[in-house]
Design a protein around this ligand. Structure first.
Ligand SMILES: Nc1ncnc2c1ncn2[C@@H]1O[C@H](COP(=O)(O)OP(=O)(O)O)[C@@H](O)[C@H]1O
Ligand SMILES: [Mg+2]
Length: 172
């Protein structure tokens, strides 16, 4: 499977990457954000929000409520599965309505609820490059064909933006 890996040097670059990603998203799309605590999943979600015309400062991690809903150029459903005690809680949310809905769903810790994710989604895994430090390796991959062109076009876009030295595209 082809994956795009982007290196960001700090939160503002991760935010900017989120904005770029948002341009390729359509209603009904799901993004799964994977990575350990404090790695930058919420920062990336803020960037996606900003790309949808939502003030990123209003976006906070829905750690206790499991979901926050925002209105931008299309709705953003921002989930966080970290504090989920039982999988039933996820079912009680009516998550399917959101995933099938008229907005973009961004799920932090989506790997914890992988069985409930749609068959096609964009998976973004963030890892610290050096500990401690501000560098992050952000791997973007398509699960299902819907997101193949998204990953490919994003790679082209980064190249055109002169960021060719900061990303790699290849088999993982
Ligand atoms: N390259 C980077 N990308 C994203 N966040 C970064 C980066 N470097 C440092 N940070 C910091 O890491 C923290 C990430 O926090 P957050 O997004 O809430 O993590 P998570 O949602 O994964 O638990 C923030 O304090 C942010 O400023
Ligand atoms: Mg978070």
């Amino acid at each position: 499977m082809k994956a795009l890996t982007v290196l960001t040097q700090g939160p503002s670059e991760t935010l900017a990457l989120g904005r770029r990603i948002a341009r390729w998203l359509k209603p009904g799309d799901t993004v799964n954000l994977v990575g350990e605590l404090g790695v930058g999943k919420t920062v990336l979600a803020k960037g996606i929000a900003a790309g949808l015309g939502i003030d990123p400062a209003t976006v906070t991690s829905p750690t206790f409520s499991l979901i926050h809903e925002y209105t931008g150029s299309m709705p953003l459903f921002h989930f966080d599965a970290y504090r989920l005690q039982r999988l039933e809680e996820w079912e009680d949310l009516g998550y399917e309505e959101y995933f099938r809905g008229n907005g973009v769903s961004v799920v932090e810790w989506g790997d914890l609820v992988e069985v409930y994710l749609p068959t096609e989604y964009l998976e973004i895994e963030i890892n610290r490059e050096t500990v401690p430090g501000d560098k992050r390796a952000i791997q973007i991959k398509a699960v299902g064909c819907r997101f193949d062109p998204v990953v490919r076009e994003l790679g082209r876009e980064l190249e055109h933006a002169g960021l060719g030295d900061r990303y790699s595209y290849g088999n993982r």
